[in-house]
Design a protein around this ligand. Structure first.
Ligand code: SAM
Length: 178
């Protein structure tokens, strides 16, 4: 799988904990390797990392102090940056340019993003030009990205966890290793 890092900016600890947690869980479930949270909210990263510990795989969430510095460092090392924003170029028009590029950082905002991010990103990408949600935007973007690269993001393996779902037609079937 490609190396994909999510950078979550604008997180407000009082308001965004649930959404940011879901950004992290969605990133993990759909094949990203890391979420960087540009906010000092240790509780959110702990709950995402606890899910990784229980359900397996190598996804890591951690806090960072400066989103700008993270982007600079990423680009210095040759990484490319996608900023998900409804104001950007629409995903179907730009996905061929991005597919196969790695490592890739994907930036998602919360309320209002700082204007500088539009300049720093290599691509400003809209998942449709309507306002919706960072969770939805990230999920659709990752699905299109992996699918073009011939990987099915819904068939990933998460080795090493204690919990695994055995898909079933009705009811809940879980394998628990304790
Ligand atoms: N009004 C805000 C702004 O000025 O960017 C957007 C707030 S929105 C609730 C939070 C985040 O969701 C955005 O920063 C963006 O990452 C993502 N998002 C929302 N709608 C999107 C869309 N249509 N395409 C891509 N990303 C979107």
């Amino acid at each position: 799988m490609m190396k994909i890092v999510i950078l979550r900016i604008g997180h407000r600890p009082q308001r965004d904990q649930r959404v940011t947690t879901h950004v992290g869980l969605t990133a993990r479930a759909l094949g990203a390797s890391t979420m960087l949270l540009a906010s000092n909210d240790k509780g959110v990263v702990q709950s995402i990392n606890e899910v990784s510990r229980q359900w397996g795989g190598n996804f890591i969430a951690r806090t960072v102090t400066s989103w700008k510095q993270e982007i600079h460092d990423w680009k210095d090392k040759g990484g490319k940056v996608v900023h998900l924003t409804m104001y950007g170029r629409n995903l179907p028009d730009v996905i061929d340019e991005i597919s196969g590029i790695e490592p890739l950082m994907i930036v998602v905002g919360a309320e209002k993003v700082p204007p500088g991010i539009y300049q720093m990103a290599d691509w400003n990408v809209a998942v449709g030009s309507q306002p919706h949600s960072e969770i939805a935007a990230l999920a659709v973007f990752l699905d299109r990205l992996h699918t073009l690269g011939n990987n099915d993001p819904l068939a990933l393996e998460f080795p090493g966890g204690n919990l695994k779902i055995i898909a079933s037609e009705r009811g809940k079937n879980m394998e628990e290793k304790y």
